[in-house]
Design a protein around this ligand. Sequence first.
Ligand SMILES: *Cc1c(COP(=O)(O)O)cnc(C)c1O
Length: 388
Amino acid sequence: MDFVYADRLQQLPPYLFAEIDRAKAEALQKGMDVIDLGVGDPDIPTPAPIVEALKKAAEKPVNYRYPSYAGMLSFRQAAAEWYQKRFDVELNPQTEVLTLIGSKEGIAHLPLAFINPGDIALVPTPAYPVYHIGTLFAGGKSYFMPLLEENNFLPDLDKIPSDIAQRAKIMFLNYPNNPTAAVAEAEFFEKAIFFAKKNEIMICHDAAYTELYYDNYKPISFLNLPGAKEVGIEIHSLSKTYNMTGWRIGFAVGNPSVIAGLGKVKSNIDSGVFQAVQEAGIIALRSDEALVEANRKIYQERRDVMVKGLREIGFDLNPPKATFYLWVKVPQGYDSASFCTRLLKEAGIVVTPGSGFGEPGEGYFRIALTVDKARLEEAVERMKNIAL
Ligand SMILES: *Cc1c(COP(=O)(O)O)cnc(C)c1O
């Protein structure tokens, strides 16, 4: 029998990376040496002390039982301490911190707690797809806020019609940003908080990339700003900071009523994060900053190799201050898809078409710096050898 998908699955946006996935599979089948700069998944291993902590914790039978829904208090305490140390933000670990099975899980479930069918969420575009899809699954509608280069890839809140603003329940933000690598300063967050208060909107700030920063730049937390905790939460992840994408651990922090609502959804759907992973997470959050610094150094070197190479080829770009992405304009005569297809077919390089992240991403492509320096140098050489 072939069962028919529910409407919510039928409503999913078309998968725009299908063509590039197909072309990649074809290239691999032909035996091509493919350089994959497509996926935002660190190639660097999780630091040894964190892995050791997991091994030890995995031997403790107390960890084999159901974890607490909100997460171990000790993990939530470590997260609160980390926020205090890193961002100078005070959090009550009992009421203002919630362990997540990765930030994707928290983002996807948040709308189930606060969006009724027909309600509006303000969703950036181009963006990580989960903000829109979480909204859709809750029966809500996304109002898309374009992120344009002329606005430094920040949404222009003044352009949101007042009837939409009044009806909106959640605004999703993400800085440092995937895919544009843009960053946001206090001034923008202050504006967003003012907007949220005025229109009684909750802000959900996805802060997955705050620890991947370069040069003299250091991202702030949305919760650094006065009034932020009254209007929203920040979602953090250990995935990118400690190369732990496969471990599935993150946390939400901020407004206690939002944390409680998200916790209520989760306690009815999942049963928390394996305690051994939370124990390893505590070691990660309490680890020496040198561990993350080593990571940043690697990405910074890769960024510099790629930016220099792309500039030599004739691309016009500035080195990003944060994230492990480069967001680059396609050359004259191409759109995102045709450029990415050509790069794959002729140079064996996978990059992501910007249009796949949303319509204003058309005309761009995204490079993920998740392969080593030598491979990036090889990618640059290959690009030089095809006339773009
Ligand atoms: C990688 C990424 C995350 C992290 O997801 P996890 O579920 O924590 O692994 C969150 N948001 C964005 C924008 C990302 O790119």
